[in-house]
Design a protein around this ligand. Structure first.
Ligand code: ADP
Length: 247
C-alpha cells in the first residue's frame, strides 16, 4: 500500500540565532491525514521549526512546501490562508475579551478594533458558537478569557484555530500545564478532528499522549530529525534514548 500524500515538507530548513543553529538543515515530510508528533529534548529546535513553517520567523535557508506549494518565508496570514492553523506554546488568547469575542477575532485579526463592541456577522457568530459547543466551553461564551482555567484557554485557542477551517493543525504543547481531565478532552478532540480528515502536527512533552495519539513520530535533536516512525518503533530506538539522556 502507498503512504498517504505529502502534506507539509521541509528541505534543509535552517535558522540560527547568533551562533546557535536552532534548526539545522531539517528535512522532514509529514503526511496527509495523520496525527504527527514532533518530540525532542528541550532546545532541540521544535518551536523554531514551528515558527519557520508558520511564517513567524523567516528561515535562513531551506524550503517549506505545503501540499506541493512553496510557502517559504510567506507571512503568517498567507500561510494560514494556505490551510495551516496553529496554536502557541504559551496559549494566545486576549484576556480582556470574552470567549465569544476571542473566537470572532481569531478569524479576522485585522478587525480587532471593530470587535471591541462585540460585533461579528451572524454566520461567524453561529460558527463560533458551534465550535465552542464542540470544545465544551459554550457555557462560558460571555466570560472574559482571563477568568478561564489554563486548560479552558487552550480549548478556546483550539476552537479559534478551527474558525479558520485549516486542513492542517499545528499544536505547540497542547497538554502543557493542563489538568489531566482536560488533557483527556484535548486528546479526544484531536482524534475526532483527525477522523474528520484534519492533519495534525503536534509538539508535545507528555509521552503518554504522544504514544497513544500519534500515527507518526519525528524526533528532533540539535535542530534536525534523528529518528522517525510509528510510536512503538521510535520509543525503542537507541538514538532517541541517547538524545534524551545525553549518553
Ligand atoms: P525547543 O522548542 O525544542 O525547546 P527552541 O526552538 O525553543 O527548542 O530552541 C532551539 C535553540 O534555539 C535553543 O538553543 C534556544 O535557546 C535557541 N533559541 C530559540 N529562539 C531563540 C531566540 N529568539 N533568540 C536566541 N536564541 C533562541
Amino acid at each position: 500500500t502507498h503512504p498517504p500524500p505529502r502534506s507539509l515538507e521541509t528541505e534543509g530548513l535552517t535558522k540560527s540565532f547568533g551562533g546557535v543553529r536552532a534548526v539545522d538543515g531539517a528535512t522532514v515530510t509529514f503526511r496527509h491525514g495523520r496525527i504527527n508528533a514532533l518530540i525532542g529534548p528541550n532546545g532541540s529546535g521544535k518551536t523554531t521549526f514551528f515558527n519557520c513553517v508558520t511564517g513567524m520567523i523567516r528561515p535562513d535557508a531551506g524550503t517549506v512546501t505545503y501540499r506541493g506549494q512553496q510557502i517559504t518565508g510567506r507571512p503568517p496570514h498567507r500561510i494560514a490562508r494556505a490551510g495551516i492553523g496553529r496554536s502557541f506554546q504559551l496559549c494566545r488568547v486576549f484576556p480582556r475579551m470574552t470567549v465569544l469575542e476571542n473566537m470572532l477575532v481569531a478569524v479576522r485579526p485585522a478587525r480587532l478594533r471593530d470587535l471591541v463592541g462585540g460585533a461579528g456577522s451572524p454566520a461567524e457568530t453561529d460558527k463560533a458558537r458551534r465550535l465552542l459547543v464542540r470544545v465544551g466551553i459554550d457555557h462560558l461564551e460571555n466570560v472574559e478569557a482571563a477568568n478561564l482555567s489554563y486548560g479552558q484557554q487552550k480549548l478556546l485557542e483550539l476552537a479559534g484555530v478551527l474558525m479558520g477551517d485549516p486542513d492542517t493543525i499545528m499544536l505547540d504543547e497542547p497538554a502543557g500545564g493542563v489538568n489531566p481531565a482536560l488533557i483527556g478532552r484535548i486528546g479526544t478532540l484531536i482524534r475526532e478532528l483527525n477522523d474528520e480528515g484534519k492533519t495534525f502536527l503536534v509538539v508535545e512533552h507528555n509521552m503518554d499522549m504522544v504514544m497513544s495519539l500519534s500515527h507518526h513520530v519525528v524526533v528532533f535533536d540539535r535542530g534536525r530529525p534523528i529518528a522517525e516512525g510509528p510510536p512503538s518503533a521510535v520509543r525503542a530506538d537507541p538514538r532517541v534514548l541517547e538524545a534524551y539522556l545525553g549518553i
